[in-house]
Design a protein around this ligand. Sequence first.
Ligand SMILES: [Zn+2]
Length: 164
Amino acid sequence: MAKSRYTPGGFDIAVKKARAGRGLFAKEDIPKGVCVLEYVGRTLSQKEEYTSRSRYLFEVTKHKTIDGWNKRNTARYINHSCKPNCEVEIHKKRVFVFSIRKIKAGEELGYDYGKSYFDAFLKPIGCRCLKCMSERKWAKVEAKELKANALKKSKALKKKKKKA
Ligand SMILES: [Zn+2]
């Protein structure tokens, strides 16, 4: 049988620190228009569709939502991008991530999460994708965050010392 268009290509990819926490990066060049990964997860029951608080829910169809929060689902590390190099395709009620242009080794993978996710989760904190935040601005934000984290650590350390 011929290989399906929807069989993930087995590309070398890695989870690394990214602008938005962690992200998924290509470790080798990925050609345009190929299946990179499948977004896999457990199908929620009808009740769970309303009660689940997972940030990794994916509405596949009106009647099928999957929860991507599981180890097997490497695709959950793909961040939102307003200028994406990937897109999602639904095929036979399954979710596949395709490259929409050639992706070079070292690039972070991203797809557009859609307006409702963007408005609910990204608008309030500001989108950090390459389109929305320049390298220069990001360098400033990152430096600030590192400083804040270091401060938090040293405060925690002081507290510990006091207790001891
Ligand atoms: Zn953006």
